[in-house]
Design a protein around this ligand. Structure first.
Ligand code: MRU
Length: 342
């Protein structure tokens, strides 16, 4: 299993995803601030993984509190800091809210008990995420025909979760069932999660993968070289509108034109049941230098204005089905996506 994040001896250890696949470097984090920066700077990324990191970050802060401090004030400071790290993925807020509920329910038991309880809740979030991914894989693989060529975008794999992955979980489950599949990985400009992370994961698992640039999908679909598209999600509204890595929407439009199934795989912790549509999902705008540079090297004029939205929103009507840990939901989604689903 790939090492995304772990709690070790009162510290948070994570693989620094910015260096993959060239270097496998691990960071040991000791403070809430370090975890918050790791999320902001993409040391760890992917919706479920940043939720887990935030849960461990809160735990870390509380572990180091000394008797006599104002626990409520400190907890709220840690909570606010982590809340502000990245705006789009619902899982971050879901995990923080879950931890807060547990904190409030057990607060009266005193600091030593609260420390233990928060650690076990963060561990539960991590463990459950892995189980959920396996279930998504089991359901989702039914949608993958033997012999399929699957296009995926960004990285919705083990590195984006507690392990196994959502979209890559479906691919792993299909491969484990001996289906003869091939994966096309979009490089995913500008941060190159596809080229760096998805390729790395699939090569490690010996799943056949070919890297393509983001602008090749239309041509390959037109030539009949893609059987289906599967991606992960950062936030899903009640009508199925889905925020995911920039470029996802273009793929969904292309898939419709070529009558190719377009699937989203995501845990229920990615759903925002307060939103009826995707219109109000906040889309993160990241540092323009991510676009101006490849690695540390400028590839354009350093002063050129740049747009760098990290996500886009794909209308639910373009998504053939959403795969969750409770099963496959087919479009139309209106009335089907509720917290009590199914
Ligand atoms: O900016 P990132 O790398 O955090 O974006 C990640 C994605 O868009 C993933 O597709 C999404 O979080 C799903 S991960 C299971």
């Amino acid at each position: 299993m790939l090492p995304t994040i772990a709690w070790k001896n009162g510290m948070v250890v994570m693989v620094d995803q910015r260096f993959l696949p060239l270097k496998e470097k691990y960071l040991t984090l000791k403070t809430v601030e370090q975890v918050a920066r790791a999320i902001e700077n993409m040391v760890i990324r992917g919706a479920p993984a940043i939720g887990i990191a935030a849960a461990y970050g809160l735990t870390l802060g509380v572990q180091h509190l000394r008797p006599g401090v104002d626990i409520d004030k400190e907890f709220s400071r840690f909570y606010q800091r982590l809340w502000q790290t990245r705006p789009t993925a619902r899982n971050l807020f879901w995990a923080l809210e879950r931890m807060k509920k547990v904190f409030e329910a057990n607060r009266s038991q005193g600091l030593p008990a609260v420390k233990k309880i928060l650690l076990s809740e963060a561990r539960a979030i991590e463990k459950e995420d892995l189980e959920i991914n396996k279930k998504i894989g089991q359901y989702g693989q039914k949608l993958i025909p033997d012999g399929a060529t699957i296009l995926t975008h960004c990285n919705a794999g083990a590195l984006a979760t507690a392990g196994y992955g959502t979209a890559l979980g479906v691919i792993r489950a299909a491969f484990a069932r001996k289906k003869k599949i091939k994966v096309l990985a979009d490089e995913t400009r500008p941060f190159l999660q596809g080229a760096r992370l998805t390729v790395w994961e699939l090569v490690r698992d010996r799943i056949p993968v070919t890297l393509i640039t983001d602008n090749m999908a239309g041509w390959l679909m037109q030539r009949g070289e893609i059987s289906l598209v599967i991606v992960g999600a950062d936030r899903i509204a009640r009508n199925g509108d889905t925020a995911n890595k920039i470029g996802t929407y273009s793929l969904a439009v292309l898939a419709k034109e070529h009558r190719i199934p377009f699937y989203v795989a995501a845990p229920l912790s990615t759903f925002d049941f307060n939103l009826s549509t995707g219109k109000n999902i906040p889309v993160e705008e990241r540092n323009p230098d991510e676009v101006r540079k490849a690695g540390h090297q400028f590839i354009t004029l350093p002063e050129v204005p740049v747009k760098n939205p990290a996500f886009d929103i794909t209308p639910g009507r373009l998504i053939s089905a959403i795969i969750t840990e409770r099963g496959i939901i087919e479009k139309p989604y209106a009335g089907k996506l509720r917290s009590s689903y199914p």
